[in-house]
Every structure is written in structure tokens, then in C-alpha cells.
Design a protein around this ligand. Structure first.
Ligand code: SAM
Length: 286
């Protein structure tokens, strides 16, 4: 899938409204200093060696802690590498069907890239290890233990979905606080080394209106089926999307060039200040 402009767009225009995430998680190193729900800095000093979620307000706690506890993330081993990926995937599983009908794309329209990602034996082993940790946590929450023969395909697919679609959420100083997965309005936008749009985050506590949030901008892009997906899926299958969060880091997309109606809208998935040769090669989209 790809996204195209619905109309002519001028440079510097907002092309999406602020979008709330479908799932998100702070990186381990920010769990003790930032709110796990809205990602704003906590007003009290960091709690050393703290691993679970902390919240800035009762509103954040009541919106997020039920999700955090039903996702089974507190049963993950403490030493999991990149546990923000696993927490994001576990939280996403709460809103997805418990079976895995399409390995290639979930019913919310998001691509998993399962076959492509698991074609590398090293990466396949990492995905499997993460999926086993997730499946074991889900079973432990029910007082059960994972059996050797248990199928972890659903967990593997959702972890691949996170790897494919999650973006690093940065604060104003460019620090990467955690990751978030957004619905197809954002996630269907492809990468370009010469993008015509960029994105930024709105990280603020509930009820605080941040700059740009009240701009009243509408969604000015529309899904289009790329050659690769032609005949495999139709946009209407995914129109409803998945219900996301009420709080969390919001994302907005803005044009950085004039874009003509029908033209594909692309962002750069990486820091454009890196040498060009590096970031184009690293995605291996060839
Ligand atoms: C966030 S998704 C973007 C939407 C995706 N094209 C889809 O059909 O859902 C990221 C994935 O899209 C594909 N992709 C993104 N930009 C691409 C590009 N410039 N060329 C080829 N594939 C691209 C890669 O498979 C990548 O892992």
C-alpha cells in the first residue's frame, strides 16, 4: 500500500490531523523518568531500578494501567533485549484477533513483512526468541506455562508488524523515548531518500493542547494499492482500522515540498542528516 495526495498540497501544510497510536511503549531507560501513558517527563525524580510503568496523573493511570496489566507485559523476563518492541506487540495483541488469519497483513491493514524478515536466519531466531517470551508471559498471566509444542506464530507475526511499522518517538531535543505504531493513515506511507513530507510528535499530558493540535487539519492523503499488493488486498477491507488509545504520543505529517494531487507522499524513515549512501542502503528496498 502507499499513500497519495487527495488534492494539491502547498509546502508546509499539515497533511494529517494529530493521530493517536494503536500501541506504544517507552524504552526501558525512560520507564522510571517518563509517564508510560503520555510520555511526558514525571515531576518526581527517577526511581532507580524501576521496571514497571509509572504515570503523571490519575487520568493517564486509569487509561493505561488496565491495558498494561491485561497485556501480560509484567510477566516478561527482566532482561529481555529491546523489551519496548515486546511490550508494544503484547499491547497490540489485545486489539487483534487471537488467530492469525493473514500472515502477510493483519486485519487492521498493517503489513507484517513476515516472510521477508524471517528469511534471514539470524533475524528469524531473534523474532522467535521474542515471540516465545511473549507467549510465555501470556500463559504465565493465566497461571500456565508454555509447552515446547506451543505455536507462537501469532506472536511472531505481530512482532514482525511492530518491527515493520513502529516509529521512534522523539522528544523536542531529539531523544528517542520509545516506539509507537499508528494506523494505516500513517503506516501506509512509504520511505523515500528524497521525501516530500516529514512527521513530528506531540507529546503532552492529557487535557494539554499543544502547538499544532488545534490546527483542525484533515487527512489529505488517501490509500492506493501498490503494484506489489495489486490483487492481494483492497483498501476497503481495512477502512475501519483498529481502535487505538485515547492518550499517547500523537503524530502529525507535514509537507516539505509542493505535492500535486495523486502524487505519492513519502517520508524518510531515518535521519536525513546521515550520509545519503548509508540510509538508502540500510533499508534494502531494492
Ligand atoms: C511502514 S510500511 C509502509 C507501507 C507498506 N508499503 C505497506 O504496503 O503497508 C514499511 C514497509 O513498506 C515497504 N516500503 C516502504 N518504503 C518502501 C520503498 N521506498 N520501496 C519499497 N518498499 C518500501 C517495506 O517493506 C517496509 O518495510
Amino acid at each position: 500500500m502507499e499513500m497519495r495526495a487527495k488534492q494539491d498540497i502547498e509546502i508546509g501544510d499539515d497533511i494529517t490531523p494529530p493521530l493517536l497510536p494503536l500501541s506504544f511503549s517507552l524504552h526501558d531507560s525512560f520507564l522510571s523518568s517518563h509517564c508510560s501513558s503520555c510520555f511526558s517527563p514525571l515531576s518526581f525524580p527517577p526511581l532507580p531500578h524501576h521496571h514497571g510503568p509509572l504515570y503523571c496523573s490519575a487520568a493517564c493511570s486509569s487509561s493505561h494501567s488496565p491495558i498494561s496489566s491485561s497485556s501480560a507485559e509484567s510477566f516478561l523476563p527482566l532482561t529481555c533485549p529491546r523489551s519496548s518492541d515486546l511490550r508494544t506487540a503484547l499491547r497490540l495483541l489485545l486489539s487483534l484477533p487471537s488467530t492469525c488469519p493473514h500472515l502477510h497483513r493483519f486485519t487492521n491493514g498493517l503489513l507484517t513483512n513476515y516472510l521477508k524478515l524471517t528469511s534471514s536466519p539470524d533475524f528469524a531466531a531473534q523474532i522467535r526468541q521474542g515471540a516465545i517470551a511473549m507467549a510465555a508471559a501470556r500463559k504465565l498471566r493465566k497461571g500456565l506455562s508454555l509447552d515446547q509444542g506451543d505455536d507462537v506464530l501469532l506472536e511472531e507475526a505481530v512482532l514482525c508488524l511492530v518491527v515493520t511499522n513502529a516509529v521512534e518517538v522523539q522528544d523536542e531535543s531529539g531523544r528517542s523515548l520509545g516506539i509507537a505504531v499508528y494506523d494505516p493513515s500513517f503506516s501506509w506511507i512509504n520511505h523515500s531518500c528524497s521525501p516530500n513530507a516529514c512527521y513530528r510528535f506531540i507529546v503532552s499530558p492529557p487535557n494539554a493542547t499543544s502547538f499544532g493540535e488545534d490546527s483542525g487539519s484533515a487527512l489529505r492523503i488517501v490509500a492506493s494499492i501498490s503494484e506489489e499488493n495489486f490483487g492481494v488486498c483492497s483498501c476497503s477491507e481495512y477502512d475501519k482500522g483498529t481502535e487505538g488509545y485515547k492518550y499517547g504520543p500523537k503524530i502529525m505529517v507535514r509537507s516539505i515540498k509542493r505535492i500535486k494531487k495523486g502524487e505519492e507522499v513519502c517520508v524518510s524513515y531515518t535521519d536525513l542528516l546521515q550520509p545519503k549512501s548509508m540510509h538508502c542502503v540500510s533499508f534494502n528496498f531494492g
